[in-house]
Design a protein around this ligand. Sequence first.
Ligand code: BES
Ligand code: MN
Ligand code: ZN
Length: 494
Amino acid sequence: MEFSIKQASPEKLKSGCVVVGVFEGGKLSAAAQVIDKAAKHALSDLIAQGDISGKASSTLLLHKLNGVAAERVLLVGLGKASEINNKTSTDTLRATFTALNNTPAKDAALYIIDEGAGNKADWVIKQAVFIAAEHAFRADGLKSKPAKAATLKNITFATIEKPVAALKQALEQATATVHGIDLAKTLGNLPGNICTPSYLAAKAIALSKEHKSIKTTVLEEQDLQKLGMGSFLSVTRGSDQPAKLITLEYYGTDKKHKPIVLVGKGITFDSGGISLKPGAEMDEMKYDMCGAASVLGTLQAIAGMGLKINVVGVIPTCENMPSGTATKPGDIVTSMSGQTIEILNTDAEGRLILCDALTYSAKFNPDTVIDIATLTGACVIALGHVASGMFANEDKLAQELLAAGDQSYDRVWQLPLWEDYQPLLDSNFADMANIGGRAGGTITAACFLERFAKDYRWAHLDIAGTAWKSGKEKGSTGRPVPLLTQYLINRASR
Ligand code: BES
Ligand code: MN
Ligand code: ZN
């Protein structure tokens, strides 16, 4: 899909479809007024007849209006001007692209960014690109007969006034971000028999071939052994697939600037191990590498936009499987940090691979470390599928992530890392247990990780509820690539 920005008069623009907004109560947006005038009040007449309400997310498609060059005009309801917010704006955009995709139009011109969508234009343009890409995304790579590709290929963001430079930049950032989102989605949706740790490593190497600014290194199990990663290795013991530790170093600016390290959980299938999960929906545990996928996607996005910042991706990846050699409940392992861990539940494996990756990350002398993980079912209970859980050992970082979440509409919500929760991880036999009981399960998981992230500024994102959708709409969302990319954009432009 191609996107562009153009100044043009709505009635003269040659296009498969021109999209203009109407407010609730029948007030026409500036572009709609121009069309109305050119078409001898066709729109005003429709309003008078009650065909157009302007209610948020309503649409009406008109064909071959006299006096209008475009083949179609799509009227979209914007709701009451005073009630437009982030949610109504994105709902309107979704309705717009649903309606456009129901037409045979190959290209469309949207007059929605400087009038009517009510939000800041650069915000709307980013969301429009994300939502257009979401509609065009297909997960049919493994079907013998691929689904029909979207006919809509070209989107023009049209403006009556001269577009400001910030819009062009927002559009460039959004299209690069979409490449990252699509990569994360494609990897997330792949089944565990294809997307193995070796497959992820090969993808990371492919990414460095595509972008000369990325250098990929893959460590093997012997290397992990030498580094003393007893915690990470305990998770892979039951699997026939070799574990890997992937690092991707992106240098977009002078190496003297400390990098931001992104650590992504890469469990390519989480059966629970000896603490085996119940069978229902277990297939969805192929998504347990979505943290890793989001790191690859974010690197794809920032390398694509040539962002002036240094970023390192660290991906511990393996399977969590039961077998005669698998780790057993009660086993005690020594992490790379030297701290010992009593594994009371082999299904709490994410923290076991992440803790060694966090210790390893210190070697990059990081400015900030952010880990991203489908870590706890409890997070889905706490925040549902709307916000990702967020923890930080510094408040400024938490605020920056909250802000990047609003800017990208890929939101996070902060949970507490208070000391009071730490005793829940007490063990009689080791420095800590790997579980803290049912109460506050998302928080105790974060508290566990915090013990390995003492030496730098750190945040943890629990994406268990946001990385994929279940049921009829089953599929990866690509989150939190928009959030991470926006955070890095904000950090780079300082
Ligand atoms: N990958 C799961 C978390 C998960 C479960 C994400 C369901 C999304 C949906 C993680 O490895 C896990 O199994 N966590 C356990 C931890 C528990 C044993 C303390 C959980 O959440 O049940
Ligand atoms: Mn698990
Ligand atoms: Zn898991």
